[in-house]
Design a protein around this ligand. Structure first.
Ligand code: GL7
Length: 816
């Protein structure tokens, strides 16, 4: 169902916008003001989707269909307004309606704040998957937390990252529908009490708990022009009245208010690490809060269908654990089934294993979540008991199958003993799920061959791969309207629903006229970006230069440092007059560093310091520019990516699980310089070796070098350009006011063994960058490569990924 014709007319839109300005906002519609009309438009668009949303939700009930619960502590949906407008197919009408009021739609769109409810790739992936679930009509929901404060707002002050509050709900979002009547009680702390039931069996109950309420807040996620609207349900913590009353009765008003505030802290703020924040009590509270609320909602729906037995639960419910953040779900479902529903342990466990599947998103050891036994025991005493019992039965079983293998028991156990007793959440997720997947072929291979090798031996077939994907609606259609239009003009618009159609572009790769149009679009995008940079930073950049982009979280494994070393090398070559094949470049960096990750923050300062030196040096002129764009977020990515010539995907091989920025760039016609890591490998496979700039050690090399024998100092000593660049950093060339400021960076590379193998890959990287410049000097060649990148990206649609999950893991079919 699409919106009725009458709803879609420009006149009806205009009426609605003014009605909302007057009657919803209580504001005078005259003269038309941007902020007011922006909201008026939001409400008018929302009205047009609500009917579809209600109908979609009703259709789930009517068809008694199996549903997917995508549980994720992070979502990065980006701005909603244009996404909703395009889903309704009403872009032209909206443009015209606001134009008639003397306003510009693109300007209104800029009014919207980005909901920063995630850290990076993992959260953005969840949002791409929501979009694809809606577009592919897979019945399901997203579940998460409505944080009052999202990822911090980054500013750059004197080259340093500063973190500000991201109070995105300050002005109430028109997209968040608060459901005051959907409230669930969530318990914490207390103790587990044994008792005998009427049949004389020992049972347990969780008593003397403290509680908080979870209130449902819904956000619509529309499919693309298909009338299907999926729901994203985010929980907000609300203090319980009982809790308050206790204090009020004691006459302690301030205490009552304080305890209310404290309990509501649960949904206050997103943890800003891009790996997991370890050992933080509030973080575990967030995890359990959202898990417990979600399961009450799942059971409410299950019961509504009047099932006679829980045996059919897995036929109705598929739960996808997005990383281990929701893994406590496994203990929670066991608690519900065993304690509340009085099922036997064996039956409950079978149901669990048939219900859950788990996606792993990282192999970095520091990101694998563990919680101390002490903390879980205190906050979730019954769950700890259940985890111990799961572990006891599991290890019993392993012991029987592999007698005498104490080493195996130790490596597989849910409990790590080395560092105080810790619960390994990944092990719980693996044991409690029927399927575990990695997010790119290499990553899934590493899970099986290294990280979870013993589990793979134990459960052959449990581990699989689903390569990540991105939604073409946001990352091509919305972000790059000019390129979308050009593509549409030659191959039609079916790619919006089925990205494999892009392959039809390959036939035009050498067509001079099409090449010219392709270049014109790219030039236009670069000009738009240059204007944006000028507006934001007051820095002028030249759109005729090669736009080279490294935009993602700042992390040592992503090797922004390697890029900086290349920049310094080019800078030195320019200064010394030896610039073979140098093509003028503008380097774009953007990304946030976790506030507690000092080395990453120092890298930001270094990028800015190098930028200052390079940009201010008259010897450099237009040849080289470095800009750091503050506060990287989804809408900034939408501006940057369509203007990129070169995409930097240069992580140490084996460390980037997949990457999804790499896909967004290639889809928009940027060429990639990258290592054989994550999804780069698969991108290179489809776009062709000739259309990809490859360098660097392989994952196996990295593994070997880490096992011994790697000597970065020797590389430093033997490479003059590298030595010079590093010496400049360590002796204060870029920080004359504090010459040793950047020493920790150089120390990590020389004194501390260069774990991320920056020096090992430097020479090959610089050489490959020279090849980039050489190709760029041949516009016909470059354009051909660019077209072929876009043409071959069909595989990386999140629609393909979602259909793989649906078919192979969730066993659900699209609604017809
Ligand atoms: C990540 C991976 O680092 C990234 O490579 C991957 O593309 C993404 C989605 O699968 O997941 N894992 C992770 O913890 N974060 C990621 O972005 C924050």
């Amino acid at each position: 169902m699409t919106a009725p014709e009458s709803n879609q007319s420009v006149e009806s839109l205009k009426d609605d916008i003014q009605r909302h300005v007057a009657l919803t906002l209580g504001s005078d519609p005259f003269p038309p003001r941007k902020e007011r009309y922006y909201l008026g438009l939001c409400y008018s668009v929302r009205d047009r989707l609500l009917g579809q949303w209600l109908e979609t939700q009703r259709s789930y009930y009517d068809s008694i269909t199996k549903r997917v619960y995508y549980m994720s502590l992070e979502f990065l949906p980006g701005r909603f307004l244009m996404n909703y407008i395009q889903a309704l197919g009403m872009e032209e009408e909206c443009r015209e309606a606001v134009r008639d009021f003397g306003l510009d739609l693109d300007e209104l769109l800029e009014e919207e704040w980005n909901p920063g409810l995630g850290n990076g790739g993992l959260g953005r992936l969840a949002s791409c998957y929501m979009d694809s679930m809606a577009t592919c009509k897979i019945p399901g929901y997203g579940y998460g937390i409505l944080y009052d404060y999202g990822i911090f707002y980054q500013t750059i002050v004197n080259g340093y990252q500063h973190e500000g509050c991201d109070n995105w709900l300050r002005q109430d979002s028109p997209w968040v529908l608060r459901r005051g009547h959907f409230m669930f009680l969530i318990n914490f702390y207390g103790r587990s009490e044994a008792y005998e039931d009427s049949a004389g069996h020992e049972r347990f109950r969780w008593v003397d708990t403290e509680s908080v309420m979870a209130m449902a807040c819904d956000i619509m996620v529309p499919g693309h022009q298909n009338g299907h609207v999926t729901n994203m349900r985010l929980w907000k913590a609300i203090s319980t009245r009982d809790f308050e009353l206790e204090h009020f009765n004691r006459g302690d008003y301030i205490g009552a208010v304080q305890s209310k505030v404290e309990s509501e802290n649960i949904s206050k703020v997103l943890y800003p690490n891009d790996t997991s924040p370890r050992g933080k009590e509030l973080r575990l509270r967030q995890q359990y809060f959202f898990v417990a609320a979600t399961f009450q909602d799942i059971l409410r729906r299950f019961r509504k269908n009047n099932y006679s037995s829980f045996d059919c639960f897995p036929d109705q419910v598929a739960v996808q654990l997005n990383d281990t953040h929701p893994a406590i779900s496994i203990a929670e479902l066991m608690r519900i089934l065993v304690d509340d529903e009085a099922l036997t342990w064996e039956t409950a466990w079978t149901i669990c294993q048939k219900t859950f599947s788990y996606t792993n998103h990282t192999v970095l050891p520091e990101a694998l979540e563990t919680w101390s036994v002490e903390l879980i025991g205190r906050m979730l005493p019954r769950h700890l008991q259940i985890i111990f019992e799961i572990n006891r039965r599991f290890l019993d079983d392993v012991g029987k199958r592999f007698p005498g293998r104490v080493d195996l028991l130790r490596s597989l156990s849910l409990i790590a003993e080395d560092d105080g007793k810790q619960v390994r959440m990944a092990h719980l997720a693996i044991i409690g799920s029927h399927t575990v997947n990695g997010v790119a072929e290499l990553h899934s291979k590493i899970l099986k061959a290294r990280l979870f090798k013993d589990f793979d031996n134990l459960y052959p077939g449990k581990f699989t791969n689903v390569t990540n994907g991105i939604t073409p609606r946001r990352w091509l259609m919305q972000a790059n309207p000019a390129l979308s239009e050009l593509i549409g003009s030659v191959i039609g618009n079916e790619w919006i629903h089925d990205l494999s159609h892009l392959s039809e572009l390959a036939a035009y790769a050498d067509d001079p006229e099409f090449q010219q149009r392709w270049q014109e679009v790219r030039k236009r995008n670069k000009k738009l970006l240059a204007r944006y940079v000028l507006r934001k930073l007051g820095v002028g950049i030249n759109p005729a230069t090669l736009f080279d982009m490294h935009i993602k979280r700042i992390h040592e494994y992503k090797r922004q440092i390697l890029n900086v070393l290349h920049v310094i090398t080019i800078y030195n070559r320019i200064r010394s007059g030896s610039v073979a094949h140098h093509v003028p470049r503008t380097l774009f960096f953007a990304g946030k560093a976790a506030p507690g990750y000092l080395q990453a923050k120092l890298i930001i300062k270094l990028i800015n310091a190098v930028g200052q030196a390079v940009n201010g040096d008259p010897a450099v002129g237009n040849e080289l520019r470095v800009v750091f764009l503050p506060n990287y977020c989804v809408s900034q990515a939408e501006k940057l990516i369509p203007a990129a010539d070169l995409s930097e995907q240069i992580s140490t091989a084996g460390m980037e699980a997949s990457g999804t920025g790499n896909m967004k760039f290639a889809l928009n016609g940027a060429l990639t310089i990258g290592t054989l890591d994550g999804a780069n490998i698969e991108i290179r496979e489809v776009v062709g070796e000739d259309n990809f700039f490859l360098f660097g050690h392989t994952e196996e090399d990295v593994h070997r070098l880490h096992s011994g024998g790697y000597d970065p100092v020797q590389i430093y000593e033997s490479n003059i350009e590298l030595k010079k660049a590093l010496d400049m950093i360590s002796t204060g060339f870029f920080s004359p006011e504090a010459p040793s400021l950047f020493r920790p960076i150089v120390d990590s590379l020389l004194a501390h063994g260069d774990y991320y193998l920056v020096l090992a890959d430097y020479a090959k990287y610089v050489a490959e960058q020279a090849r980039v410049s050489k190709c760029y000097e041949d516009p016909a060649l470059w354009t051909r490569m660019s077209i072929l990148n876009t043409a071959n990206m069909g595989k990386f649609s999140s629609d393909r990924a979602i259909m793989e999950y649906a078919r192979n893991i969730w066993k659900v079919s699209p609604l017809t």
